[in-house]
Design a protein around this ligand. Structure first.
Ligand code: KIV
Length: 271
C-alpha cells in the first residue's frame, strides 16, 4: 500500500459536507512544491494555485500576463507536494472568457498535465457557457465573484466591490447561477460582509471569502501575504501570522556579515 492511500484526501464532496456540518473550510495559495508541502502539512483543506502567481512569483503588476503554460508549471509543482488537500488551479486571463471551446481545452490541459483536482474561473453570467462546458466534461469548477482581478482594467481600482445595490443584486444572481450550473464552491473577494452572508445563506455550495467577512463558509489568503513575506501589501482583510520579511532579510544580513568576517564557515562546518 502506498503512503498516499493512507491519507484521506479532501474532495469537492468533503467541502460540500463541511458547509452542511458548519465546519469552516481553509484554503491558502501555493505556487511551488516546497510551499505546497508546508501548507498541506499544516492541514489546509484546499490549496489554490492562484494566478496571483503572476504578482507574487513573477513580479507583474496584475494577474493578466501569466500564461496557461506557466500556470501548468506551477500546478505540476504544487501537486507533487500535496498528499491531502484539494488542489484548485486558476484558469488564466484570455484562456476561457469568450470561447467555451477554448475554456474546455485550457481546463483539460491543466487537469491532464498537472494532475490537479479542480479549476477556478472568474465571473458569472458572462461565462456561463464556458462553465457549462467544463462541468459537462466532468471537471469540478470553483467560481470567483466580487473583485475579480482579471477585470482590473475594467474596474480601474482594487476597492471593495458590490457596495451599490445593482452590483450586489447581480452578484447574488451570479452566485445562484454558479450553484445551478454545478460549481462546487465560489470564492467571494472583497465585498461587504453583509452581502457575503446573504450569498452564503442563499446557496447550498460553500462560499470561500477573501476580504468578505466571517460568515463565509471558508477563508482563503495568499500564503506569501499571511506569512508576512510581502511588506508593501497591507489590505484591511489581511492577518499576518509571521513577519518573514524581517526574519529573512535579517538572516541574509547576518549571513553576509558572517562570510565577510570569515566567521562562516567555522571548523565544525568544514571537511
Ligand atoms: O489568484 C489568487 O490568489 C486568488 C485568490 C486571491 C482568491 O484568486
Amino acid at each position: 500500500m502506498s503512503v498516499h492511500s493512507e491519507i484521506k484526501r479532501v474532495t469537492t464532496e468533503t467541502l460540500r459536507k463541511m458547509k452542511f456540518d458548519k465546519e469552516k473550510i481553509t484554503m491558502l495559495t501555493a505556487y511551488d512544491y516546497t510551499v505546497a508541502k508546508l501548507v498541506d502539512a499544516g492541514g489546509v483543506d484546499a490549496i489554490l494555485v492562484g494566478d496571483s502567481a503572476s504578482n507574487v512569483m513573477a513580479g507583474h503588476e496584475t494577474t493578466l500576463p501569466i500564461t496557461l503554460d506557466q500556470m501548468i508549471y506551477h500546478a505540476q509543482s504544487v501537486v507533487r507536494g500535496v498528499s491531502r488537500a484539494l488542489v484548485v488551479v486558476d484558469l488564466p486571463f484570455g484562456t476561457y472568457q469568450s470561447d467555451p471551446q477554448m475554456a474546455l481545452h485550457s481546463a483539460v490541459r491543466i487537469m491532464k498535465e498537472s494532475g490537479a483536482h479542480a479549476i477556478k474561473i472568474e465571473g458569472g453570467k458572462e461565462i456561463e457557457d464556458s462553465i457549462k462546458n467544463l462541468i459537462n466534461a466532468g471537471i469540478p469548477v470553483c467560481g470567483h465573484l466580487g473583485l475579480t482581478p482579471q477585470s482590473i482594467y475594467q474596474f480601474g481600482t482594487y476597492k471593495v466591490r458590490a457596495k451599490e445595490e445593482e452590483e450586489a443584486q447581480k452578484l447574488i444572481a451570479d452566485a445562484q447561477l454558479l450553484e445551478k450550473l454545478g460549481c462546487f464552491a465560489v470564492v467571494l473577494e472583497k465585498i461587504p460582509a453583509a452581502l457575503a452572508k446573504k450569498v452564503t445563506d442563499s446557496i447550498s455550495i460553500p462560499t470561500i471569502g477573501i476580504g468578505a467577512g466571517s460568515d463565509c463558509d471558508g477563508q482563503v489568503l495568499v500564503f506569501h501575504d499571511m506569512v508576512g513575506m510581502n511588506k508593501g501589501f497591507s489590505p484591511k482583510f489581511l492577518r499576518r501570522y509571521l513577519d518573514l520579511y524581517e526574519q529573512i532579510t535579517g538572516a541574509v544580513s547576518q549571513y553576509v556579515r558572517d562570510v565577510k568576517t570569515s566567521d562562516f564557515p567555522n571548523q565544525n562546518e568544514s571537511y
